[in-house]
Design a protein around this ligand. Structure first.
Ligand code: NAP
Length: 290
């Protein structure tokens, strides 16, 4: 019998993963994971399934007993899926939502990698960034705001102020996470910009088809970083205004790409890299299918 060449195709059945959501046609996850599967020559598949909410529980049960290594979970299933998994990582528990599931010994293990995605993108794009002394201003108090506030808190950011249209939600987030996370009135945003060294828009304002997020960035310190987690368009009005003012900016696409890394590694056994080639692929797709 001849020795197996290092260039032999991988043997055994392909490992399978997918993304579930409702609707799902907009998801870029198959493109991202498909890119990595090909780049690393992994014997695996990644597909997408449109799954109505009433089908979620049965689907997850079938996954527990079936051949999938795991899945990504997107809108509107993140909170419901949290209730159906067997175990969760710290971020998922904190958020009450999962975006990544892996099947391990017949158990569904849930994770939430949104905050990780934001933070990795921040560290990679602005290598000298330090959590102290950073005063972060989070605009919005939904799921993404919670995830990002959580990782900034864990990283040791000096102060985090959350502002939201519905003030009670910002207040609840600040109370859940505790100091140095505080909430403030939405109409005090201009006042808070004076001290902010990291601004994060976590609302859909600025997304194609939505009204813009209108902030007067003149008040921001010169060293401030402005980030948006909206990635369609890639450069939102907020980022454009920040760039025009000479401030450092961070777009939403990096978060989307980096949040996919832990899932791929868990399912397929290889830690993938977020590269310019991957970014270009998704930017082209966003241009062609906005
Ligand atoms: P969510 O839980 O529904 O929260 C939405 C937040 O935006 C809430 O705080 C909401 O305020 C606020 N908001 C919505 N419309 C608003 C408006 N017209 N004016 C002022 N505030 C408004 O949604 P999410 O999951 O956090 O996602 C938020 C955005 O981030 C979406 O655009 C999503 O596509 C994007 N996102 C991007 C990534 C990425 O990887 N780049 C990851 C996750 C999410 P109220 O509480 O007052 O309703």
């Amino acid at each position: 019998m001849s020795a197996k060449s290092p260039h032999s195709p991988p043997s055994g059945p392909p490992k399978k993963a997918c993304v579930i959501g409702w609707p799902i046609s907009h998801s870029r996850s198959p493109l991202i994971h498909g890119f990595w599967l090909e780049k690393y020559g992994v014997n695996g598949t990644y597909d997408k399934h449109a799954l109505p909410p009433e089908a979620l529980a049965d689907w997850l049960q079938a996954m527990r007993e079936g051949s999938y290594a795991g899945c990504n979970v997107t809108i509107p299933h993140k909170q419901q899926a949290f209730k159906w998994v067997d175990e969760c990582d710290r971020q998922a528990n904190r958020l009450g939502a999962v975006n990544t599931i892996s099947v391990q010994n017949g158990k569904l293990i849930g994770a939430n990698t949104d905050g990780y995605g934001y933070f990795s993108h921040l560290r990679e794009t602005i290598p000298g960034w330090q959590p102290k002394p950073t005063t972060a201003l989070i605009i919005g108090a939904g799921g993404a705001a919670r995830a990002i506030t959580g990782v900034l808190l864990d990283a040791g950011v000096s102060q985090i102020t959350v502002l939201n249209r519905t003030g009670e939600k910002a207040q609840a987030l600040a109370e859940q996470l505790g100091p140095p996370v505080i909430s403030a009135r939405f109409d005090s945003v201009q006042e808070h910009l004076k001290q902010a060294s990291l601004v994060v828009n976590t609302t859909p304002l600025g997304m194609t088809g939505n009204p813009p997020l209108n902030l007067d960035l003149a008040a921001l310190p010169d060293h401030a970083i402005v980030s948006d987690i909206v990635y369609a368009p890639l450069e939102t009005g907020l980022l454009k205004a920040a760039r025009a003012r000479g401030l450092q900016t961070l777009d939403g696409l990096g978060m989307l790409l980096h949040q996919a890394v832990p899932g791929f590694e868990t399912w397929f056994g290889r830690r993938p890299q977020v590269t310019d080639a991957l970014r270009t692929l998704i930017v082209r797709d966003l241009e062609q299918n906005p």
